[in-house]
Design a protein around this ligand. Structure first.
Ligand code: HDE
Length: 728
């Protein structure tokens, strides 16, 4: 494959093609193009003598190496990205004039980067954290960046608090501990004094912060933006990404173990899915609010700590994002890509959300230091596919060779070019919002209700989700060393929900304070006097929003799920291959795991290739487990502590487990024993022994296969978690 040639008919791919380098069949050269005849030895005065300064080849190579690193992102340093395209389902002309949303036949190239927020570049993918979901659309009208997260709200309401938040959550300044974790004093100190963060805290302590895959998480633009149509009519809009594989998470115990076994779990998952042709897909959704309805909600649309519940304004699905190509080079593309919420196209505009307004400054500023100067838009991954013409000139590492004498406007020497474009020629015209205001350093009172939506989130969770949230808070606050911070947090949680607070308090050995101190926050009223204000109390009837619970997600597919098959020599060939076939046909991936690597001999004399030895993988890297029969195979596995641990752990994490024939005996030998496994009925047919545990004495059973597939699609069987504690 010639990488210098465009790989697809994707306009951005064509653009990138001119920058690709491929060394196949080429000579080694210096950066000046001189061929190198010895890359093993430096130039010396005698074979044992000192190296010579004149060795320009050595100096060039080492100098370049010395400068290979650039500063990592101050937040969202750890990430993975992919190329793809976006296609609208229908014309959105009634709402926006953005060209890429007019024509369903148009495929707009995109580059999408997912990230964690807190950890450094080399940290684990499985940190309990928000995930970034940043999409660069290379539209015909220029780049549009939707720089969102997998959580629809944020910790703070005003950009001025962002450096404080980030300083508090990053590793502590004296010893740089802990890495990629919010479970430490400075974060909870800040949060316990910042009640506006409480809605976000509910989301970050929920399973949303532990995605099973980037491909199985939602995305949100977070802020309220504006759509503007050809007639100049503006409407408020919130952006959503809905994953077609559903919304799924791992559990905390699993996350911690994955961090050890495969800290690249999410990065690898995205890469492999694309290499396998299982292209990740999301639908873009919008919630649209008419301008005259701006004040009809009991929260402020400009407040980034609030959602618009889907039950109030439904999410309209307007198109699909598909990721179909991995980057060629991590540094050139994933590391150097520069997103900016201020990269807009005509038809989309900002609102006065004070968090968004601050971001508009920050993103260019950060690229200046990270990418080293004002020409970062010329780096291949950042270049727009729409032509760029302006009078900006020069600067560090300028690539463009601007021709002509005129680099100013107005000019006559250049015949007035480049020309300004009126709106009817595609020129961007800012939305003419009417503003009649005094200049004040203040926060709107409509931002003061910090607890109602936090309570809405809590109330909308299923019982297992609530349990996970409580456990997460117990874990995080359990790592806090200063008792006063723990106590203050319990007090703030009681403003959200007293049951939540008392469950957390119980795990911390605390009592919920009988008299709740109102949490403090600062406000600056119009007269300029700083005063303290109390957040508004929780509204009485807040109800529930089913859309907030992951329990209500899609559960009808096992596509791309990873199923471990535990076997040893003497396994039942027919059972293994029929199960493999059925799972593969349903879109899942099967991996044969055995006590060693190489090939296994089946009971019938056949062979199977082993994908992994028990030494290199654990159950946490899989979605489900199958144990086929074969007396000898099962006898061997019974003696393998790692095989038994595999079953225990999969059970503990509520994963689907199936066993057929003698395979059932491995389950019986395990901690599951007989009491969690009913005897198969008289016909020896499959029985669902425990939720998500499927067994049959028959060597092969169509019913088992069917039940197994159905159960894997459920993702997890959380009811088990409430019943049984498993030592694993
Ligand atoms: Fe960011 N954020 N952010 N942020 N953000 C950055 O830009 C910032 C916020 C988000 O994959 C930085 O290029 C401020 C909300 C993503 O490259 C920086 C504030 C949301 C990414 C920055 C916020 C985000 C960033 C660091 C509060 C969800 C990664 C490196 C006013 C809507 C993009 C960089 C990528 C990255 C500033 C809050 C999403 C420093 C000042 C809210 C997905 O500019």
């Amino acid at each position: 494959m010639d990488k210098n040639k465009p790989q697809t008919n994707n306009a951005k791919d064509n653009d990138l093609a001119q920058f690709r380098e491929d060394s196949a069949g080429e000579y080694l050269t210096t950066n000046q193009g001189i061929r190198i005849n010895d890359d093993q030895n430096s130039l010396k005065a005698g074979a044992r003598g000192p190296s010579l300064l004149e060795d320009f080849i050595l100096r060039e190579k080492i100098t370049h190496f010395d400068h290979e690193r650039i500063p990592e992102r101050v937040v969202h340093a750890r990430g993975a990205a992919a190329h793809g395209y976006f296609q609208a389902y229908e014309s959105l002309a009634p709402y926006t004039k953005a060209k890429f949303l007019q024509e369903p036949s148009v495929k707009t190239p995109v580059f999408v980067r997912f990230s964690t927020v807190v950890g450094s570049r080399g940290s684990s993918d499985l940190a309990r954290d928000v995930r970034g979901f940043a999409v660069k659309f290379y539209t015909e009208e220029g780049n549009f960046d939707l720089v969102g997260n997998n959580i629809p709200v944020f910790f703070i309401q005003d950009a001025v608090k962002f450096p404080d938040l980030v300083h508090a959550i990053k590793p502590e300044p004296h010893n740089e501990i802990p890495q990629a974790a919010s479970a430490h004093d400075t974060f909870w100190d800040f949060v316990s004094l910042t009640p506006e963060s409480m809605h976000m805290i509910m989301w970050v302590m929920s399973d949303r912060a532990l995605p099973r895959s980037f491909r199985m998480m939602e995305g949100f633009g977070v802020h309220t933006f504006r759509f503007i149509n050809e007639q100049g009519i503006g409407r408020f809009v919130k952006f959503h990404w809905k994953p077609l594989l559903g919304l799924h998470s791992v559990v905390w115990d699993e996350a911690q173990k994955i961090s050890g076994q495969d800290p690249d779990f999410h990065r690898r998952d995205l890469w492999e899915a694309i290499e396998n042709g299982d292209y990740p897909e999301w639908e873009l959704g919008v919630q649209i609010v008419e301008e005259e309805d701006e004040h009809k909600f009991d929260f402020d649309l400009l407040d980034a700590t609030k959602i618009i519940p889907e039950e109030l304004v439904p999410v309209k699905r307007i198109g699909k994002l598909t990721l179909d190509r991995n980057p060629d080079n991590f540094f050139a593309e994933t590391e150097q890509v520069a997103f900016h919420p201020g990269h807009l196209v005509p038809g989309i505009d900002f609102t006065n959300d004070p968090l968004l307004q601050g971001r508009l400054f920050s993103y260019t500023d950060t690229q200046l230091i990270r990418l080293g100067g004002p020409n970062f838009h010329e780096i291949p991954i950042n270049r727009s596919v729409a032509p760029v013409h302006n009078n900006q000139r020069d600067g560090h590492m300028r690539q463009t060779i601007n021709r002509g004498r005129a680099s100013y406007e107005p000019n006559s020497i250049g015949r007035g070019c480049p020309m300004q474009a009126k709106a009817n020629r595609g020129g961007f015209v800012s939305y003419a919002e009417k503003i009649d205001a005094q200049k004040v350093r203040a926060r709107s009172e409509s931002f003061f209700d910090h607890f109602s939506q936090a309570a809405l989130f809590w109330n909308s969770q299923s019982d297992p989700e609530k349990e996970h949230l409580v456990e997460a808070l117990r874990f995080e606050l359990g790592k806090v060393e200063v008792p006063a911070i723990r106590e203050r947090m319990v007090g703030v949680l009681a403003h959200v929900d007293e049951t939540l607070a008392s469950r957390v308090a119980q795990g911390l050995g605390l009592n919920v304070p009988a008299k709740l101190d109102p949490p403090l926050n600062m406000n600056v009223p119009a007269d300029g006097d700083i005063q303290q204000f109390q957040p508004k109390p929780v509204k009485k009837s807040i109800g529930r929003s089913p859309a907030l619970s992951m329990a209500n997600t899609i559960k009808d597919t096992i596509k791309t799920r990873k199923v471990a098959i535990l076997v040893a020599d003497g396994f039942d060939d027919a059972a293994l291959s029929s199960m493999k076939q059925a799972l593969t046909a349903a879109g899942a991936q099967t991996k044969v795991i055995a006590p060693r690597l190489g090939f296994l001999n089946s009971a019938a004399g056949g062979q199977a290739k082993i994908d992994f030895s028990l030494l290199t993988v654990g159950s946490v890297l899989f979605d489900a487990v199958y144990v086929p029969g074969g007396e000898k195979s099962v006898e061997t596995l019974k003696g393998e502590a790692k095989a038994l641990h595999f079953i225990h752990e999969a059970y503990k994490h509520c994963k689907t487990i199936a066993a057929t024939g003698a395979g059932v005996d491995l389950l019986r030998t395990s901690y599951l024993g007989a009491d969690k496994l009913f005897e198969p009925n008289a016909e020896g047919d499959q029985r669902i022994a425990d939720e998500g545990v499927i067994i049959s004495r028959h060597a092969q059973s169509g019913n088992v296969v069917e039940a197994f597939i159905k159960a894997i699609a459920q993702h997890r069987h959380w009811s088990r978690e409430m019943k049984a504690q498993v030592p694993a």
